[in-house]
Design a protein around this ligand. Structure first.
Ligand SMILES: Nc1ncnc2c1ncn2[C@@H]1O[C@H](COP(=O)(O)OP(=O)(O)OP(=O)(O)O)[C@@H](O)[C@H]1O
Ligand SMILES: [Mg+2]
Length: 492
């Protein structure tokens, strides 16, 4: 078994990782860190939850020069970033920043997040004071670049996390414009759990003789083997009851429920609240501060159910997510892999439940085939079906709520809402790339609107104390990691 030292990792990074219980590299880290440290371009593919963030994170942190290094020259104030990481969502950009912060505990580097939906000033202030690594979403990054506030001419390392998504149509123009602004002789690294061949060939135009690194054999399943998958043909009207029962299944911990539209995410969240569950929602109709608060509550255990659109499908890492429920059939096999990849992370086991409507049967079959799954004909299933209760460990007689909804007809999804979701408006409420995510339009809206909101709200959230009854709690290591993130340990 190799350790991080044998891979050539800097002792201070090893020490920082040890502080949060990370002592042995995961396979993708073992394979890619030596290549990445040598400065070679690479495409890294490994299943969800297997440590890709540190695979590129360790290498990029080590390859930049920081003022604490003997090799540092020049004035630290006003220094330009040397590494740029692009992510598809704001929440993922924040999470990657936190992971990098943990690793820099003993060799300080200034890592900052550049993302939309929040005021410009705090980001501009930080850039002006000098920064080593920028993690960001394309919309705001491009905005700052065009305004002349962000200088990418010193970038030595460029990473596209969730690379297949970043190079997909929705993001491509912005991402390419950003790549253009970086020096040609940079190192470029792409990482994702999914890498369709078409995207790989497109990616090659931005890479210089890249090495492909894959943590599993080529014919291995893209889904995580320790996650048990269940697929049911379900009726729209019965789905809330099915969810209500799953939320009381034996061994149910944190649960993420994915819906197709922002509107159905909110409606389902409200419905489940009415049934007595501790629910938060995350989708593009919410203000950025609310999105961050929701995820924070979910991470802290103040809520143990997160209802989200695909804005939470990629990269988001929350410990002890035991169940993922696809309330509606995902768009395609990539989305399926990433959504259910929110459970079964870092060696944990997980349960993924997918509801397929009659209308989505064809779409489901395509997904099933593309991933080589065994659910060609999902069984027609109801909240009272024996197979459902047995599969998911739901005790006989379990009700579909914790507390009886005051008026079940008010709480459930109204027929008008259902019609909306199924009808021509289907795309309208979706969190697609041009809507709920960080896009150029989002960035522009910001400039007009939300300017100074962020500072105050961030502080408010930081000061929130964990509720006594918070359950499930994060693991000790994870708590420690969060503590380190909030107040870094004193330097050596
Ligand atoms: N070497 C390690 N030992 C123990 N835990 C680790 C190690 N490397 C990473 N982890 C933990 O594993 C979890 C998953 O890591 P990460 O988020 O990087 O996965 P990922 O491969 O990027 O997944 P996704 O494809 O969903 O983005 C994180 O909680 C991380 O802290
Ligand atoms: Mg990741």
């Amino acid at each position: 078994m190799t350790d991080f030292a044998h891979l050539g990792v800097h002792p201070k990074i090893i020490k920082a990782l040890k502080g949060v219980g990370i002592t042995e590299p995961f396979p993708i880290q073992e394979l890619s860190i030596p290549i990445a440290l040598s400065g070679t371009d690479m495409i890294g593919q490994a299943r969800t939850g297997t440590g890709k963030t540190l695979a590129f994170g360790i290498a990029l942190l080590q390859r930049i020069t920081v003022p604490a290094d003997a090799a540092w020259e020049g004035d630290p104030a006003g220094r330009n970033p040397q590494a740029l990481v692009m992510c598809p969502t704001r929440e993922l950009a924040l999470q990657v920043t936190e992971d990098l912060d943990v690793a820099t505990a003993y060799r300080p580097a200034k890592v900052m997040t550049v993302y939309g939906g929040v005021g410009y000033e705090p980001q501009l202030d930080r850039i002006a004071k000098g920064v080593d690594v920028v993690v960001g979403t394309p919309g705001r990054l491009l905005d700052l670049l065009h305004r002349g506030d962000l200088d990418l001419s010193d970038i030595k390392i460029l990473v596209l996390d969730e690379a297949d998504e970043m190079l997909d149509m929705g993001f491509l123009p912005d991402v390419e414009a950003l790549i253009e602004a970086t020096p040609k002789e940079r190192q470029t690294m792409l990482f994702s759990a999914t890498m369709p061949a078409a995207i790989v060939s497109l990616a090659r135009t931005h890479l210089n003789q890249p090495i492909n690194v894959r943590a599993e054999t080529r014919d291995a399943q893209l889904t995580v083997p320790d996650t048990t998958q269940f697929v049911y043909r379900a009726h729209d009207l019965d789905k809330p009851d099915m969810v209500g029962k799953i939320l009381q299944a034996e061994g149910r911990g944190r649960t993420i429920i994915f819906t197709h539209t922002k509107r159905s995410a909110q409606l389902l969240a409200d419905d489940l609240k009415g049934r007595g569950f501790k629910v938060v929602s995350l989708h593009g109709d919410l203000a950025q501060a609310s999105r961050e608060r929701a995820l924070e509550k979910f991470r802290d255990g103040k809520a143990d159910v997160l209802v989200a659109t695909d804005v939470a499908a990629r990269g988001i890492d929350v410990t002890d997510v035991t169940h993922v429920i696809n309330y509606e059939c995902p768009d395609n096999e990539l989305t399926y892999v990433h959504r259910i990849g929110r459970t079964g992370r870092a060696g944990a086991s997980g349960i993924a439940v997918t509801f397929v409507d009659w209308a989505d049967m064809v779409r489901w079959k395509v997904i099933n085939k593309a991933l080589g799954l065994d659910f060609e004909e999902p069984p027609e299933t109801y909240s009272t079906s024996e197979n459902f209760l047995v599969d998911l460990n739901i005790a006989p007689g379990t009700k579909a709520w914790l507390k009886e909804p005051e008026d079940p007809y008010q709480v459930g999804l109204s027929s008008r809402d259902r019609d909306d979701r199924r009808g021509g408006d289907r795309r309208g409420g979706r969190d697609d790339r041009r809507g709920g995510r960080d896009d150029r339009r989002g960035g522009r809206d910001d400039r007009r609107g939300n300017r100074d909101r962020r500072g105050g709200e961030r502080r408010e959230r930081r000061e929130e104390k964990p509720a006594e009854e918070s359950k499930p709690r994060e693991s000790r290591q994870k708590r420690e990691r969060r503590r380190l993130r909030n107040g870094k340990p004193v330097e050596e």
